[in-house]
Design a protein around this ligand. Structure first.
Ligand code: HEM
Length: 170
């Protein structure tokens, strides 16, 4: 019982932290960077902010996946032969959406945000040129758009999860 509570507790807290981090990035980090005095200052703020955002959001997704999978193992054992008939369809929908969420968040962090800082380091070592202002702006526009996709996907997953929990409890 306590293990179950702790798993659901960690699952929900990780969801809250992950969801909140999207809004913090959109409405705190990006506007703060826009108000920087010059381009170097803007990049420094972005790099500093993404240095927290990237590992944090991926770690929270990791906690969600691990705690969810652990809960699922117990539920499967308890439901035995009824498992697929009772929750198979909803679970497939949820896990499909979760796959999309992990895919998009990995793209935002490793495919976009991380590369802004990495390219500055490459340029500082004389191994290449820093990204142009246009390139950084276009990457930020994609990060912004993808963060909204992440928010909508998360909301859809919560919706499906609540239906799933209802089936589990019945
Ligand atoms: C592979 C990934 C995941 C698995 C296997 C999984 C599995 C589960 C399971 C089995 C439950 C039922 C817990 C219970 O009733 O004891 C649950 C609940 C829930 N999950 Fe997930 N989950 C995953 C990812 C996510 C993600 C990414 C989100 C949100 C974006 C999420 C949001 C929720 C919510 C809101 C609940 C309802 C908790 C409650 O009301 O008790 N899950 N999940």
């Amino acid at each position: 019982m306590l293990t179950t509570q702790l798993l659901v507790f960690a699952h929900i807290l990780a969801l809250a932290a992950f969801f909140g981090a999207q809004f913090a990035m959109l409405y705190m980090l990006l506007p703060a960077a826009e108000r920087a005095a010059d381009e170097a200052g803007r990049r420094a703020i972005l790099i500093q902010g993404f240095r927290f955002y990237n590992p944090f959001t991926l770690a929270m997704l990791g906690v969600l996946v691990i705690t969810g999978a652990m809960r699922l193992t117990d539920i499967k054992a308890a439901m035995a032969a009824d498992y697929f008939a009772r929750i198979g369809y909803l679970l497939a929908v949820k896990l499909g959406l979760v796959f999309g969420l992990v895919f998009i968040q990995t793209y935002v962090t490793f495919g976009l945000a991380f590369r802004i800082g990495r390219q500055e380091e490459v340029a500082a070592h004389g191994d290449g040129l820093p990204f142009t202002v246009e390139k950084v702006n276009s990457m930020l526009a994609r990060i912004r758009a993808m963060a909204w996709v992440t928010i909508v996907l998360s909301a859809a997953i919560v919706w499906e999860s609540l239906k799933l929990v209802h089936l589990i409890r019945c």
